[in-house]
Structure formats: C-alpha cells, structure tokens
Design a protein around this ligand. Structure first.
Ligand code: NAD
Length: 254
C-alpha cells in the first residue's frame, strides 16, 4: 500500500541517520523526495542509491536564508509542489554546564536547530499556502519537552522547536496545513556516537550502556522506528492532527 502516492517531500538532514531512513520509507510509499544536507559528499552518495526520478538532492546549510529559499524554489521547479516537509536537520553541539559553555557553541546550535527550522517553515509554508494543503513534521527531541544536565544549548533549541510547532500550526490550521513535532529519545545514529563520546571521552561503549539503562525499553530506538511515526504524520491518515508533540521514546516519558 502506497501511503504517500504522488506526494512531494523535502527532508533536511537527509544524508544520514533519521532523515535518510525517512527518505527510504517515503519513497517506498510513493513519494518524490528532495534531500537537503550540509554534507555534500555524503548527500550525493545517499542520493545515488535511489532511483534518480524519485530522489533529488541539494547541498545547503539550513541556517543560511538564501540557501533555504533556494532549496524550496528548486523543489518546486523540479517536482512542481511541496506536500510534506520533514524539518529534521540538527546538531547536538558541545556538552557542559552553562557556566562553562561557550557562546559560540550556543549560537551555532541555535542557528542550525532553531533559525534553520524557522527559515524552512517560512519558505515552505509560503508554497503550501498557495496549494492549500501540506504537512510539516518538525524534528524536536525528548530534549524539547524535558531538561537534561549539561545540554542547555541543545535542550533550549529543541524546546524552541516545540514552540515553533505550536505557533506554526495555529498560523496555518485554517488553510488545511498541519504542523506537528516528533520527540525521539536516543536513536542509534552517528549523533549518539558523538554524544556518548562527549559524555565519556574514550569510553563511548560505557556511556551507551548507561544511557540505554535510562530508557524503560533498555535500548536506543532505530531510525526506522522514528521514520514510521513521521510517515503517519506526513500521510493523510493524520488529517485532523495538528500542533501536537509526539514522543517516540521507548517509555521515557511515562
Ligand atoms: P545525524 O547526525 O545522523 O544526521 C543529521 C544530519 O543533519 C547529518 O547528515 C548532517 O550533515 C545534517 N546537518 C547538520 N547540520 C546541518 C545544517 N546546518 N544544514 C543542513 N544539514 C545539516 O543525526 P540524526 O540522529 O539523524 O539527527 C537528525 C535529527 O534528529 C536532529 O535534529 C537531531 O537533533 C534529532 N534527534 C536525534 C536523536 C538521536 O538520538 N539521534 C534524538 C532526538 C532527536
């Protein structure tokens, strides 16, 4: 069954991890996908594994307004419309208590995770408003709902994504455009490898075991398990759901 037949999706942070897994699932369900990522080499490799008629790519930094305008315009020029926007690119930044955090780290995390999400919304919503339909899925985190020691820049940025989601949903609800956010616990991607290393330099495996014990299901989630939720929110099956926060967290929020 093709749950996204003939829909056009943009996925930021699409070269790897959750973005890439979501692209695979979207294509399986009949969507055309524009992959956007700052890592041009990996992006090109990822895109090459797909059917070229179904998946295109554009290298862009989501914090750069001109680049965001351009990836939206190129998607419309190539595929004709934008039905689904997975606003997913994000970075974890450096860990440490606020008193020891650098302003540069705070600014870069906010630039990618918040400014990037805002800019994507701004230009994608303009297209969806012309069409009178669309579904946006913003990537937040359990860190967008709960605090964590030593992760203030990341946690603050993901809480901002929760706020952006609620406001955007209200801005466009009457125009048949939906905006929801997803809130994963640790997911088995490269981002967790670097977080493990930040928590416990040289002892990433121990940090992983400790983090997994903190999740009721005793393991990290897999990218595909997040992609399944994103697929539901992207599809017409969720046609009356907007402004909501969805955990995919192995029980962490219980
Ligand atoms: P990942 O590092 O595997 O993938 C992130 C992708 O985003 C990379 O391909 C990277 O090149 C790209 N990217 C980074 N900065 C960018 C920029 N400025 N412009 C464009 N692309 C950029 O990590 P992932 O785990 O797949 O993360 C995807 C999203 O999920 C992030 O927003 C992350 O915060 C969020 N998230 C991840 C976890 C987790 O445990 N892995 C948990 C909750 C939320």
């Amino acid at each position: 069954e093709q749950r996204l037949q003939d829909k056009v999706a943009i996925i930021t942070g699409g070269a790897a991890g959750i973005g890439k897994a979501t692209a695979e699932l979207f294509v399986k369900h009949g969507a055309k996908v524009m992959l956007v990522d700052i890592n041009a080499d990996e992006l090109q490799q990822t895109a090459a594994a797909f059917n070229q008629a179904e998946v295109k790519w554009i290298a862009a930094d989501v914090a750069d307004e001109a680049a965001v305008k351009d990836y939206v315009a190129q998607t419309v020029a190539h595929f004709g419309r934008v039905d689904i926007f997975f606003n997913n690119a994000g970075i974890e930044g450096k860990m440490g208590p606020i008193a020891e955090q650098s302003l540069d780290n705070f600014d870069r995390v906010m630039a990618v995770n918040v400014r990037g999400a805002f800019l994507g919304l701004k230009y994608v919503l303009q297209e969806m408003q012309k069409q009178g339909s669309g579904s946006v899925i913003n990537m937040s985190s359990v860190a967008g709902l709960d605090g964590t020691a030593t992760a203030a820049p990341y946690v603050t940025s993901k809480h901002a994504v929760t706020g952006l989601t609620k406001c955007a949903a209200l801005d466009v609800a009457a125009q048949n455009i939906r905006v929801n956010s997803v809130h994963p616990s640790p997911i088995n991607t490269r981002m967790m490898r670097s977080i493990e290393e930040l928590f416990s330099p040289g002892h990433g495996d121990e940090a992983k075991q400790k983090l997994e014990r903190g999740i009721p299901m005793q393991r990290y989630g897999e990218s595909a398990e997040v992609a399944n939720l994103v697929l539901f929110l992207a599809s017409d099956e969720s046609s009356f759901i907007t402004g909501c926060q969805y955990r995919v967290d192995g029980g962490m929020g219980a």
